[in-house]
Design a protein around this ligand. Structure first.
Ligand code: IPE
Ligand code: IPE
Ligand code: MG
Ligand code: MG
Length: 324
């Protein structure tokens, strides 16, 4: 059994049923939409968010129909944000295949993202899942704010470590936090427990995005070499921020100039990556990621020891050791 299968074990049945439910939740009688959602479902992602929902539910009680709806709602919104993100980032690739905008153009990708969002909203309203809807809507608001903050900072390249954490906690950790909070809420856990699970998700979600940002520098990304895509997008992430903070005035000017004006030149981008590695930016980001990992594990320790807690612990570790 693979590590992921082991992690899934306590909720294997739920994850299996989720597949069908998720496919059903996107169905449309408009042929073009049906074709595109079909394309999306076939190239599914890691489905870490549904796994966070189910394991959190099971940690706090027994999985319910609400837990199933929470998982579908969140994966729908996640998918919608990815379809929109590839338009925003002008990216032609997603999950190793062409992105929706690459195949059908931006106009259609924007509308498909809206459609997925609306299906998520309807799924919760039709079933009167107002608590889940409240938790998730807040995350969607935070995600848009985080993405806009990132764009604003990319323009000026003046991002501090503090702002970096604000960005990743909004754009990524907030949705993972909502997975864990919804999991707890779906089994009628106390408000105190829902809040604790939210904090847990926010903490592991922060580690998740630091890991994602490390992939850009070729660390453990399964390709074995840097992609440099973030630099191309003028996205300043933790390794680079750290390197710039400790660099001399002239180095800082040189590196910032490349990110600003030569970010499409592969040799120049390689120079930045090299500089970041030599400055210890990778080690530093790894250290920070592990601090969040440990903090997440500490929160889990306040729950009784059982199969679900054990799986969540493994999922936290997987988040920081995954290859994709
Ligand atoms: C991608 O999330 C978006 C980020 C927050 C970095 P995932 O890496 O979980 O995406 P999929 O669903 O597995 O493709
Ligand atoms: C992913 O962000 C989208 C959201 C978190 C909303 P990025 O643009 O940083 O991630 P990838 O690399 O495209 O998945
Ligand atoms: Mg992107
Ligand atoms: Mg983006």
């Amino acid at each position: 059994m693979s590590t992921v299968d082991q992690i899934k074990a306590p909720v294997a049945k739920e994850m299996d049923e989720f597949e069908n439910k998720f496919r059903e939740s996107m169905k449309s009688s408009v042929p073009l939409l049906d074709k595109i959602t079909h394309y999306i479902v076939k190239r599914k992602g890691k489905q870490m968010r549904p796994l966070f929902v189910f394991l959190s539910a099971k940690l706090c009680g027994e999985v319910t129909e609400s837990s199933n709806r929470a998982a579908a709602l969140i994966e729908l919104l996640h998918t919608a944000t990815l379809v929109h993100d590839d338009v925003v980032d002008d990216s032609n690739e997603r999950r190793g295949f062409f992105s929706v905008n690459a195949l059908w153009k931006n106009k259609i990708a924007v509308l498909v993202g809206d459609y997925l969002l609306s299906r998520g909203l309807l799924l919760s309203v039709d079933n009167k899942e107002y608590r889940l809807l409240q938790i998730v809507s807040n995350a969607v608001r935070e995600m848009s704010e985080g993405e806009l903050l990132q764009i604003e900072k990319a323009r000026r390249l003046d991002i501090s470590e503090e702002i970096y954490f604000e960005i990743i906690q909004s754009k990524t950790a907030s949705l993972i936090a909502s997975c864990c909070a919804c999991g707890a809420a779906s089994v009628n856990a106390s408000e105190e427990t829902i809040k604790k699970m939210y904090e847990f998700g926010k903490t592991v979600g922060t580690a998740f995005q630091i890991k994602d940002d490390l992939f850009d520098y070729g660390t453990g990304n399964g390709i074995g070499k840097p992609t440099g895509i973030d630099i191309k997008e003028k996205k300043m992430t933790l390794p680079l921020i750290y390197a710039l903070n400790k660099s001399s005035w002239s180095d800082k000017r040189k590196i910032t100039n490349i990110v600003k004006n030569h970010n499409t030149n592969p040799d120049k981008v390689a120079e930045v990556i090299d500089y970041v590695i030599k400055s210890g930016g990778i080690e530093y980001a790894n250290k920070k990621m592990n601090e969040y990992k440990d903090a997440a594990l500490k929160i889990l320790n306040t729950f009784d020891k059982n199969e679900s807690r054990n799986s969540l612990e493994q999922l936290v570790i997987y988040t920081t050791e995954r290859k994709k």
